[in-house]
Ligand binder design. Structure first.
Ligand code: MD6
Ligand code: FE
Length: 222
């Protein structure tokens, strides 16, 4: 009898944890099996709240296009960076955060030791080859005791993970389809960014050469 080398395939867990820093971890492959449904939800959200290019307060157009779901959405314009309850394009509330998004974010956070994470905001970033995100801190949230959960889908990207000051050296981490990073605590205000996206092979079922990133945050204390 020839042994079926693929018989155990369903039991192989293509997920592992990689510590990044204190209170920061990468959950490799954590969103992989849910990627098709996550992508479908992104398309549905974008029907109501389309991707758009925000202007930075200094008047530059960002190369990443964005939309949001959840109670609060992150926006940028001449007045600054902030969270709003309504989409400035439509004047309507941001689309509701899908149940699967909430559950994924909560499960990922608890894997990283942050229990009871209930996001009230989900920013959806869309990158095309060449898009980049400059080094920044996420500090527009009122409740900095809560972590951030960030999901990567589509084309791979090089993530820069720095320190608490802009000048501090950065780690470079390749994030691929299905990876999640969770960070909070003493790492919550670390600088980070995304290098210009390279063209590449887009994972199924995506057809365009894009990367999506979902960032879940808690803006207001529970
Ligand atoms: C991105 N992410 O991965 C951009 N911010 O496309 C972020 O800016 C980010 O991944 C805070 C926490 C996690 C993140
Ligand atoms: Fe960020």
């Amino acid at each position: 009898m020839i042994k079926d080398l693929f018989a155990d395939d369903d039991n192989i867990i293509r997920q592992w944890k990689e510590p990044l820093a204190k209170d920061a971890i990468i959950l490799r492959g954590f969103a992989y099996s849910k990627a098709p449904i996550l992508l479908q939800n992104i398309m549905d959200i974008a029907e109501n709240a389309p991707f758009r290019y925000f202007m930075t307060p200094s008047g530059h157009m960002m190369s990443v296009s964005m939309t949001n779901c959840g109670q609060l959405g992150w926006i940028s314009d001449k007045q600054g960076y902030r969270y709003t309850e309504n989409d400035p394009l439509s004047g309507q509330k941001w689309p509701k955060m899908p149940e699967i998004f909430q559950q994924l974010a909560q499960k990922a956070a608890s894997q990283a030791g942050f229990t009871d994470f209930i996001p009230d905001a989900c920013l959806i970033n869309r990158y095309h080859p060449g898009s980049r995100l400059n080094l920044h801190q996420d500090k527009n949230e009122i409740d900095l005791s809560q972590p951030i959960v960030s999901v990567s889908l589509g084309l791979p990207a090089t993530f820069l993970f720095g320190g608490l000051q802009r000048e501090y050296p950065c780690q470079r981490v390749l994030l691929t389809h299905g990876d999640i990073i969770v960070w909070g605590g003493s790492s919550r205000l670390r600088y980070h960014g995304i290098l210009p996206l390279k063209d590449g092979v887009t994972p199924w079922p995506l057809q365009d050469n894009v990367r999506y990133n979902l960032t879940f945050r808690r803006v207001f204390p529970v």
